[in-house]
Ligand binder design. Structure first.
Ligand SMILES: NC(=O)c1ccc[n+]([C@@H]2O[C@H](COP(=O)([O-])OP(=O)(O)OC[C@H]3O[C@@H](n4cnc5c(N)ncnc54)[C@H](O)[C@@H]3O)[C@@H](O)[C@H]2O)c1
Ligand SMILES: O=C(O)[C@H](O)COP(=O)(O)O
Length: 388
């Protein structure tokens, strides 16, 4: 039996895919797999038997990636599975940033008991009038699964769209409308556009990227949307920009005490991916990827180990999966361990990604378990050995 622990509520559409070989457990210490959404895992003691963490969603800043890599735990996410949900909310937020929708609703609520409200609104409404997005310039920072869809939708709404992403993937580039202007410098994008939306992961390079300097480059009255992560935007800088009118509206999906104190910030309770459709898509993708890894050793959409498809399980013999550092002499040491045990390797695949690598070997016989497994585990740089 393989035990799976859910750190968050995961859609049943996903967990229902688990076969009889799996059981959901409340006992984290037994978990071979963890399913998670935004639960913070940095201070969690990972069980020794843990093999995989599957994030039903995009952002993995809640997961201790380096620690998992060192322990030979493969971390997956579900790229694109919630992108449409976020895109739709971002389009809604563009409207919130353009028209006095939030303030107007608040005004109506505040005047709910006025018997003459119908007449009063006609006088009051001019303070909430706003402007249209048609023909305005939108800067999209980060053109991945979400950013590319937002860019295309904004083009369809008649916006003049500028995109900045120094690492844009070929797939995302192909998926984008040719009307999206490619900008190679963030400063140029900040100087050019009226509206901004950021869709990058929260990593060292991006945390605080919207700082005082970035705000100062924007046009007066800019609208900034943040549906990625709170830490991308420097709170003091944004508070000052809102106060001075440099930024007209800051619309964010991340409620923090700092942002709640900002004058003019419109704050949503992390709703971006919380549609039924997105939750189902993410859960199904996360569960499928995790099962494929646990059962067959296949890695797809991992954020810490390389993608690798070792093919169908061998009909006879064993599959041995070795998670290791990407350093010289690993493959020869692994092969030597089998050679010395007089075991033939029928098929082998090795993939590397950054500091880590993955080697899958199909043996022509059952794994001569203890001795070879011990020898493989003893090679410096080997992080985990699995025998399937
Ligand atoms: N509000 C929500 O509920 C919600 C939902 C999904 C995702 N998110 C957040 O949105 C982020 C993006 O999601 P995604 O699915 O589009 O991810 P993605 O990996 O498909 O796209 C991220 C893009 O950012 C780009 N990028 C990386 N560093 C950059 C930099 N310094 N400058 C410009 N671009 C850079 C990458 O090249 C990539 O194209 C996630 O990491 C997550 O934090 C939030
Ligand atoms: O990164 C993500 O996918 C989003 O922030 C969604 O997070 P959630 O799964 O906690 O809604």
């Amino acid at each position: 039996m393989r035990y799976i622990h859910c750190l968050n509520n995961i859609s049943a559409k996903g967990t229902d895919l688990l076969t009889d070989a799996y059981e959901l457990t409340d006992d984290l210490s037994r978990a071979e797999g963890i399913l998670v959404r935004s639960a913070a895992m940095h201070d969690l003691e990972l069980p020794k038997c843990l093999r995989a963490v599957a994030r039903a969603g995009a952002g993995v800043n809640n997961i201790p990636l380096e620690h998992c890599s060192q322990k030979g735990v493969v971390v997956f996410n579900t790229p694109g599975a919630n992108a449409n949900a976020v895109k739709e909310l971002v389009i809604g937020a563009l409207m919130l940033g353009s028209r006095g929708i939030v303030e107007g609703i608040e005004w109506c609520r505040a005047n709910a008991d006025d018997p003459n409200i119908a007449k009063a609104v006609e006088k009051a409404k001019k303070q909430f009038a706003g402007r249209e997005i048609l023909g305005k310039k939108l800067g999209v920072i980060g053109l991945g699964a979400i950013g590319a869809q937002v860019a295309n939708a904004a083009v369809d709404l008649g916006m003049d769209v500028y995109g900045y992403d120094p690492y844009v993937s070929l797939g995302a580039a192909w998926s984008m409308s040719s009307a999206v202007h490619h900008v190679t410098e963030l400063d140029e994008l900040l100087r050019t556009c009226d509206y901004f939306t950021i869709h990058v992961p929260a990593v060292e390079e991006t945390i605080g990227m919207i700082d005082e300097r970035a705000c100062s480059l924007m046009k007066d009255g800019a609208v900034f949307l943040n549906f990625s992560r709170d830490t991308l935007v420097d709170n003091d800088a944004m508070a000052a920009a809102l106060e001075s009118g440099k930024v007209h509206a800051y619309i964010t999906d991340f409620a923090t005490p700092e942002v709640m104190r900002m004058k003019g910030a419109v704050v949503l309770p992390h709703l971006g991916a919380s549609t039924e459709e997105a939750e189902e898509n993410c859960a199904m993708m996360a569960v499928r990827q995790m099962m494929d890894y646990l059962e067959r050793g296949a890695i797809v959409n991992s954020v810490n180990y390389p993608a690798c498809d070792p093919g169908p399980m061998p009909e006879i013999g064993s599959r041995v999966c070795v998670l290791h550092e990407n350093v010289p002499n690993m493959i020869s040491q692994i092969a030597t361990a089998f050679g010395e045990a007089n075991v033939n390797i029928g098929n082998m695949v090795n993939k590397a990604r950054g500091e880590y690598a993955y080697t899958c070997l199909d043996l022509d016989q059952e794994m001569p378990y203890d001795a070879v497994k011990k020898q493989l585990g003893g090679i410096a740089g080997v992080r985990r050995v699995r025998v399937l």
